[in-house]
Design a protein around this ligand. Structure first.
Ligand code: GLP
Length: 240
């Protein structure tokens, strides 16, 4: 595992955005695994800026997102598809048909998971997966206790995740279920880029990367991957 210490959120975002840029420049038709949450926002802003300067071209890039709330359509302001559109895709030249995210309102969850996994395999797997860390160590929406050998599946969110994500919902109920790539899908990515910002992530960064590998801390499985880069700012790295 490579570890990069950044001074603050914007330094973390720029360092991680540089790594994603290198991936896109060296392999213009790469498959990027993308994440939502507050952590990657600065990366998306930076990539948009470089795109606008003419330094990046996303016309051949495919993106496959980690997760989506069950029941929310892509037009819903709280859906992750909407998040991705309004924070990233709308500002770059990615082809809409090359952007993938689970279909929240899908009628048959089982077929939706199979459909999603087949998109990943049809594209030859994910070249670089971006990951944030939940407070309880979740990656995507793989909550503590999830078996390491799962592909895309429907999960019941834990109370702590529902609470942590309530800030985005402005009084609305946070959905109780979500589709997420499984740990196996994530572990099959060729490269994994983990970002962490803020002192509130310090404990989980330590547990995930320097504690025992256990399904109780889903991100700890990343210690077993052979190409992981962690970029954390001072707060998040305070216990390392
Ligand atoms: C959500 C997402 C995760 C994300 C996590 C942390 O639960 N499903 O993919 O990593 O939040 O979010 P933040 O970056 O806002 O701390």
């Amino acid at each position: 595992m490579r570890v990069y210490r950044a001074t603050d959120y914007s330094d973390m975002s720029r360092k991680a955005a540089n790594m994603i840029s290198a991936q896109v420049i060296l392999q213009p038709d790469c498959v990027l695994g993308l994440a939502t949450g507050s952590s990657p926002l600065g990366i998306y802003r930076q990539l948009v800026e470089w795109y606008k300067k003419g330094d990046l071209d996303f016309s051949e890039v495919t993106t496959i997102n980690l997760d989506e709330y069950a029941g929310l359509s892509g037009d819903d302001a709280n859906s992750y598809r909407h998040f991705m559109k309004t924070n990233f895709w709308a500002y770059i030249n990615i082809k809409p048909e090359n952007t993938h995210i689970p279909d929240g309102p899908a009628h048959d969850p089982e077929s939706e998971c199979i459909r999603y996994d087949s998109i990943i395999s049809a594209r030859g797997g994910i070249d670089m997966q971006l990951l944030g860390l939940g407070h309880n160590g979740h990656i995507g929406f793989n909550e503590p206790g999830t078996a390491f050998d799962k592909d895309t599946h429907l999960v019941a969110l834990t109370e702590s995740t529902i609470e942590a994500n309530r800030r985005f919902f402005e009084g609305r109920d946070v959905p109780g279920h979500a589709y997420t790539m499984g740990i196996r899908s994530i572990m099959q990515s060729k490269k994994i880029l983990v970002i962490a910002s803020g002192a509130h992530k310090a404990k989980i960064v330590k547990a995930a990367f320097f504690g025992p590998v256990t399904p109780m801390v889903p991100a700890s499985v990343l210690q077993l991957h052979n190409n992981v880069t962690l970029v954390g700012d001072e707060g998040a790295m305070a216990l390392i």
